[in-house]
Design a protein around this ligand. Structure first.
Ligand code: PEP
Ligand code: MG
Length: 821
């Protein structure tokens, strides 16, 4: 039982509005050492979702369950506002009781509060008293109050009995949740426990039931929507009313909040996690080149050719190394570097300079330097970013030519948090995560190769932090928050300790999650969600099984087509697909037909220029126009289907006509081969497909929602956009409502829905999607273990309640701030 003391009380405060009043109460809780400052935002977030007005001019603001980690110790404070604060229209609050409750030690104060409510005279006196002791006495007397005897039976009521989950019982947070659900219905609703009865819409009334964890509640409802109200309330109570103790919060639970205010530089979150260590400023050294003609043009050109060949080999080795460690997608950058190196025009220009009497190194540096400047100046920001790649290649050749690594950055031996203007992709790829704890660049965006490679190496990273970060002193301890996108300079000892504690907590959690990766994602009430993998190569199929996947929900076949001079043949594809079915050993494999176009181009496919390639000949539209690509792929898939459970999926279907044409092409191939039919599904990633999902559902076996594209098309933001990219949030309610429509349409036709876009691998997203009725979640390999663990801690009822709330939100931020994530 906690002790409310005079030190917890503030008298004679003033606030212009509710937010200011809650901030004042939060400030007292911080000052008293009960909470970290971040919990104040959580209190405001809670209030935005449910009003904590109690009655008789008293409100009890408190934070969200998911943010309990920000509570340092349980405590209560009282801030008196004698002039009153408007809490909601017509409700003025004079006593704000701020609550920070780790468990149930504060229930005594709450019970005493309900006593005060019974006696308006006491509440009025406490609202103006000048003596903190009077408030302490008023709020700690006896406690519990007289039980509210069960009133007469509600006329015409239906009822349901439901048990509270074990735990601290019906205290402020769960009771607020219950009020919130009850308020969505028109019926009169009462809750009974132990001979007492409460109005389900009155927080104080519910609190005084004193219902402990595990207690059975009888919920009665009378009115037009009584049955629906009972069903929703039962689901809410069984779902834990936001209090599932065993459940660690998703997504946001992985966030770290500093204990104290300090200097911080904001950037863009590029790779999640928290790094703590000394800051190291990496100053790139330029290779200085003098114009020495050497042994004449021919000898110089031979030296240059040998250097270019050495660079090409280095890039080949880098490609293999990175592919091995992080997958083909991440490694492709080095294939691109090889292509840049093979540019004949570039070499011809350099040769002309050498023949004019210049040294090879000088000629190379001048020519590449001019190209870099040209590329950096183009308007398309993504192309401009490629200047870094060209510069990187140029430096590599110079290094080989001069037999020096002078241009390569020298990394310190001690583990450090690296700060740099930007890093060349090849330097990022060589980073050793044991020595580079975190990475912060002044330039770059979240889609830069630096960001992608940092993610694949699991190095926390912040990019685009601006030039000011380059002024930060080296050697001093700093904290880099790659999840929140901030670099904290000169952190306090308390923050360093808290960040290290957070790291330990994170790694403990990762170990626990990995330990259970082979177990199915069974929700607490037995509902099962299939968790599958997104892969791009045959080798990744085995890695997917190792990572805990229950199949492959998306095989992006375009990776078989990228980084080559010609399309893979039918036999090459057949070999790749059968390698996958073998590795999967009977687990399902969904092969998506070629999804080229948009941001993915094949150099060997002459594709006419399009002003809006994302709205152009992409995905299935391309395949339908290129039977020479489509037919061999379909043949390879049908042949491979004899070796394991294979399904076909068409990307970018926008119309019924597209689907029918694709199905016809597949059927023609199947008939010609005499192969057995396979299940055929489509990606739902275009808004038109959602809107006609009922018609599409009748003609497919399944849907898989591609939230990456669906989000960009619904929000009209290019998913690769360098500055708007951060707003492409698949948890935007507009996207969630689209998924809800898709699931309903599929349900109507008896078909199942999966999700293979990024939202499926986000723990909060996975819960919401499950609540929306999605049956299969397919994601990148590292997300599999954490998502499975997240789902196992949740009940279907709770996931549904969460999904319902998410659908009712108006912004992605509101969805991300939902309690019980
Ligand atoms: C998607 O759009 O969500 C998806 C999974 O496909 P891709 O990312 O390959 O376009
Ligand atoms: Mg897509």
């Amino acid at each position: 039982m906690i002790q409310l003391t005079a030190a917890d009380v503030r008298l004679g405060a003033r606030a212009r509005d509710k937010e200011e009043a809650i901030r004042a109460a939060g400030g007292v809780l911080v000052e008293r050492g009960y909470i970290a400052p971040g919990y104040v935002d959580s209190m405001l977030g809670r209030e935005a979702q449910a009003n904590t007005y109690l009655g008789s001019g008293i409100a009890i603001p408190h934070g969200m369950g998911a943010d309990r980690g920000l509570i340092l110790r349980t405590g209560v404070c009282v801030v008196q506002f004698p002039d009153g604060v408007e809490w909601s229209p017509g409700r003025t609050v004079k006593l704000v009781v701020g609550i920070a409750a780790r468990s149930d030690e504060h229930l005594g104060v709450l019970a005493a509060l309900t006593d005060v409510l019974d006696d308006p005279g006491v509440a009025a006196r406490l609202a103006v008293t000048r003596d903190p002791a009077e408030i302490v006495a008023g709020l700690t007397r006896g406690g519990g109050g007289a039980p509210a005897e069960a009133a007469e039976t509600l006329a015409g009521a239906v009822h349901v009995d439901v048990a509270l989950p074990p735990g601290p019982g019906l205290h402020a947070r769960p009771a607020t949740w219950l009020v919130d659900v009850a308020s969505g219905f028109a019926s009169e609703i009462r809750v009974r426990h132990g001979g007492r009865e409460a109005n389900a819409r009155a927080l104080a009334s519910l609190l005084r039931l004193g219902a402990p964890g595990g207690a059975t509640l009888r919920i009665l409802a009378a009115g037009p929507d009584a049955e629906a109200a009972l069903a929703a309330l039962r689901e809410a109570v069984e779902g834990g009313l936001g209090e599932e103790e065993a459940h660690e919060p998703a997504g946001r639970g992985l966030a770290w909040t500093p204990v104290s205010e300090g200097r911080a530089v904001d950037g863009v979150a590029a790779s999640p996690g928290v790094a703590v260590g000394p800051l190291f400023q990496l100053r790139a050294t330029r290779i200085e080149v003098e114009d020495v003609p050497g042994d004449g043009p021919e000898a110089e050109l031979r030296r240059l050719a040998a250097a270019a060949e050495a660079a090409r080999e280095q890039l080949g080795t880098l490609f293999e190394e990175v592919r091995e460690r992080s997958g083909r997608g991440e490694a492709m950058i080095f294939r691109a570097h090889q292509a840049l190196l093979a540019d004949e025009e570039l070499h011809a220009e350099v040769a002309a300079r050498v023949r004019a009497g210049h040294g090879a190194a000088w000629a190379w540096q001048q020519t590449v330097g001019r190209r870099v400047a040209e590329v950096a100046g183009v308007e398309d920001e993504r192309l401009a970013a490629r200047a870094a790649d060209l510069h990187d290649v140029g430096q590599r050749v110079l290094g080989a030519l001069l037999g020096t690594r002078r241009g390569a950055p020298r990394f310190p031996d001690e583990p450090v948090v690296l700060v740099a203007d930007d890093l060349a992709p090849s330097d990022t790829a060589r980073l050793d995560p044991r020595r580079i704890l975190g990475l912060c660049t002044a330039s770059g965006g979240p889609t830069s190769h630096t960001a992608i490679i940092a993610r694949s190496l699991a190095i926390p990273a912040v990019v685009g932090a601006g030039p000011a970060v380059l002024e930060a002193a080296g050697g001093a301890a700093c904290i880099l928050d790659g999840t929140g996108g901030r670099l904290y300079l000169e952190p306090s000892a308390a923050d360093l300790e808290s960040a290290r504690g957070f790291q330990a907590e994170l790694s403990g959690r990762r170990d626990r999650e990995l330990g259970t990766r082979y177990q199915p994602a069974l929700l607490t009430d037995g509902h099962r969600v299939e968790v599958a993998a997104n892969i791009g190569t045959a080798a990744e199929a085995a890695a997917a099984v190792e990572a805990g996947a229950e199949g492959v929900g998306l095989m992006r076949t375009e990776f078989l087509f990228l980084g080559r001079d010609a399309a893979p043949t039918e036999d090459e594809q057949f070999a790749a697909y059968t390698e996958m079915t073998r590795a999967l050993g009977g687990l399902p494999l969904i092969i998506r037909t070629l999804d080229i176009g948009g941001d993915k181009v094949l150099p060997y496919l002459a594709m006419p220029h399009e002003d809006n390639p994302f709205l152009g000949v992409r995905g299935i539209r391309l395949c339908l126009r290129r039977p020479e690509l489509f037919v061999p792929q379909l043949r390879a898939i049908y042949r491979a289907a004899a070796t394991g459970p294979v399904r076909i999926m068409f990307p970018m279907v926008a119309t019924l006509e597209d689907l029918r044409a694709a199905r016809e092409a597949a059927e023609a191939v199947r008939a010609e081969l005499g192969a057995a039919p396979v299940e055929i599904g489509i990606m739902i990633e275009v808004p038109s497909a959602v809107l006609i999902a009922d018609a599409l559902a009748r003609e497919v076996d399944f849907f898989s929602v591609g939230t990456n594209d669906l989000t960009q098309y619904v929000l009209a933001i290019d998913r690769m956009h360098p500055t708007l990219g951060a707003q492409v949030d698949g948890l935007h309610p507009a996207v969630l409502r689209m998924i809800d429509m898709t699931v309903r349409a599929a349900d109507g036709a008896g078909k199942w829905v999966g999700v293979c876009g990024g939202v499926a691998g986000d723990p909060l997203g996975a819960l919401i999607l499950t609540g929306l009725g999605v049956a299969e979640l397919s994601m990148d390999l590292p997300s599999i273990a954490p998502v499975k663990a997240e789902l196992r801690g949740c009940s279907l009822a709770r996931a549904r309640a969460l999904a319902r709330r998410a659908l009712a939100c108006a912004t992605a931020d509101e969805v991300r701030a939902l309690p019980l994530a």
